[in-house]
Design a protein around this ligand. Structure first.
Ligand code: GAR
Length: 205
């Protein structure tokens, strides 16, 4: 049997996407081994989720390091030790430096709760809701040196209904995230993605 590829999830907060990925991995829907959680916040709920799913955790506090490069080097050491093939950002609320990104070029993906390039940033669901959009959605993209910017792997839209509240929209967005993140990870790991400038093509093997 072919060896499963290793993934690391980076998260800073609640971790519902982490949990969806862990569940998909257990069910065999995700063709990857969830080797490591990297978390930068000791109070993050995602830490309890990792414990429950028995996923090894690397908790790191940026304040313990004199500069960003030392902080990121420590993360990279842990990723190398676990032979990580793909880094999956799931609510990791920290910008990775170009130095870090170059080490894992085109091997870092992110999920964003809006249809990029609209509503970048940390409050996308609320920003889209407050703007009054009728359509919003979820984007999974490669990470490059700009925030919420790299080539798009998958995007799925959903309608904002008149009866939606911010809470009901958040719920729908998260549900959609949990579905499409595993799909995007599988596409990457199957070797079917080719980046051509800003476009990501899915090739047939
Ligand atoms: C998710 O909605 C993710 O799209 C968002 O953080 C949330 C984390 O939720 N990321 C961004 O806004 C990145 N710009 P979770 O901790 O429950 O997975």
């Amino acid at each position: 049997m072919e060896k499963l590829k290793n993934i690391a999830v980076f998260a800073s907060g609640n971790g519902s996407n982490f949990q969806a990925i862990a569940e998909a991995s257990i069910k065999g829907i995700l063709k990857a081994e969830l080797k490591l959680l990297v978390c930068d916040s000791p109070r993050a709920f995602v830490l309890s989720r990792a414990k429950k799913f028995k996923v090894q955790t690397f908790l790191i506090n940026a304040r313990d390091y004199p500069n960003k490069e030392d902080f990121e080097d420590e993360i990279i050491r842990n990723l190398k030790a676990e032979k990580i093939d793909l880094i999956v950002l799931a609510g990791f609320m920290r910008i990775l430096s170009p130095y870090f990104i170059r080490q894992y070029e085109n091997r870092i993906i992110n999920i964003h709760p809006a249809l990029l390039p609209s509503f970048k940033g940390a409050h996308a669901i609320k920003d889209a809701f407050d703007y009054g959009v009728k359509l919003t959605g979820v984007t999974v993209h490669f990470v490059d040196e700009k925030m919420d910017h790299g080539p798009i792997i998958l995007q799925e839209a959903l309608r904002v209904r008149d009866k939606d509240s911010l809470e009901s929209l958040e719920e729908k967005i998260h549900k959609l995230e949990h579905k499409i993140y595993s799909q995007a990870i599988n596409l990457f790991l199957s070797g079917r993605l080719r980046i051509r400038g800003r476009r990501v093509h899915k090739i047939i093997l």
